[in-house]
Design a protein around this ligand. Structure first.
Ligand code: CA
Length: 228
C-alpha cells in the first residue's frame, strides 16, 4: 500500500539519496527538490503530506521557504520537518516559531528520521483536541477545567502559571516548543509570563512533580519538550 507523499527539499545529493532510499523502503512516495524554488513549484502542483526541509539551500534558504509556505492558505497546513546541521539552534528556534513542526539534526539515523516523520503525520491526524478534556499521560492526569493535576491518583498542588505550563507542554508530547511559543500559548490577562521566566517556572514545576519532572525535557538551545 502506498503511504504518504513526502517532499524532500535538499541540495546535497548524498543526503537526498539517503533520505529517499530510507523513506521509499518504508513505502512512502518520495519527491525530491534541490531548491526552495523548485520545491515551491512542486508543492503547488502536487501538495505533499509532509515536507522534509534542509535549511541551508542555494537561493532562497529553508527559513524563507518555510515563511512563504506558512503565509499562504493553500500551503499553510503542510507539516514541515526541518533538517539542520549541528550548531543551527537559532535557526531551529526561528523555524519552529515560523510554524515548522519538528526538526532532525544531521547526521541523523534513518530510524530517528522515520520516527519523527510518523510522529508528525500522527499528530496531524489527531490535531483537533478538546481544550477542556483531561490529559492523561504517563502517570499524570491533568484536568484543565478543574485546574487539577494528579500524579498516580495523588493531587499535586501547582500555581496557576505552573499548571498552565504543564498543560501547554503535555498537550503535545514529543513536540519541541520554543520559549516564545510557550509564552504565546500561556499568555492571558492573568499570565504575565516572559521567555526568561519560563525557565524559572520549569524549575519550580519539575521540583513539584518529583520523578515525573523528568517528563519535561530540556532541548538545548531550542526550548522544552514533554516526553512522548
Ligand atoms: Ca544544504
Amino acid at each position: 500500500m502506498a503511504r504518504e507523499h513526502v517532499l524532500v527539499v535538499e541540495d546535497e545529493e548524498d543526503i537526498q539519496e539517503l533520505i529517499r532510499y530510507n523513506l521509499a523502503k518504508e513505502g512512502y512516495q518520495v519527491a525530491v527538490a534541490a531548491s526552495s524554488e523548485a520545491a515551491f513549484r512542486r508543492v503547488k502542483t502536487a501538495p505533499p503530506a509532509v515536507i522534509l526541509l534542509d535549511l541551508m539551500l542555494p537561493g532562497m534558504d529553508g527559513l524563507e521557504f518555510c515563511k512563504m509556505l506558512k503565509a499562504e492558505a493553500s500551503t499553510r497546513g503542510i507539516p514541515i520537518i526541518m533538517v539542520t546541521a549541528k550548531g543551527e539552534e537559532a535557526d531551529v528556534v526561528a523555524g519552529l516559531e515560523l510554524g515548522a513542526d519538528d526538526y532532525v539534526t544531521k547526521p541523523f539515523s534513518p530510524r530517528i528520521l522515520l520516527a519523527r516523520l510518523r510522529a508528525v503525520l500522527r499528530r496531524e491526524a489527531a490535531e483537533v483536541f478538546d481544550e477542556e478534556a483531561p490529559i492523561c499521560i504517563h502517570d499524570l492526569t491533568i484536568h484543565p477545567g478543574r485546574h487539577e493535576v494528579k500524579l498516580k491518583e495523588k493531587a499535586v498542588p501547582l500555581s496557576l502559571t505552573e499548571f498552565r505550563l504543564l498543560q501547554v507542554l503535555a498537550r503535545r508530547p514529543g513536540w519541541v516548543m520554543t520559549r516564545q511559543q510557550i509564552v504565546d500559548a500561556m499568555r492571558g490577562p492573568d499570565y504575565p509570563v516572559t521567555e526568561r521566566s519560563v525557565d524559572v517556572q520549569v524549575v519550580g514545576l519539575r521540583k513539584k512533580l518529583g520523578a515525573a519532572g523528568d517528563y519535561i525535557e530540556t532541548v538545548r538551545g531550542v526550548g522544552y519538550r514533554f516526553k512522548e
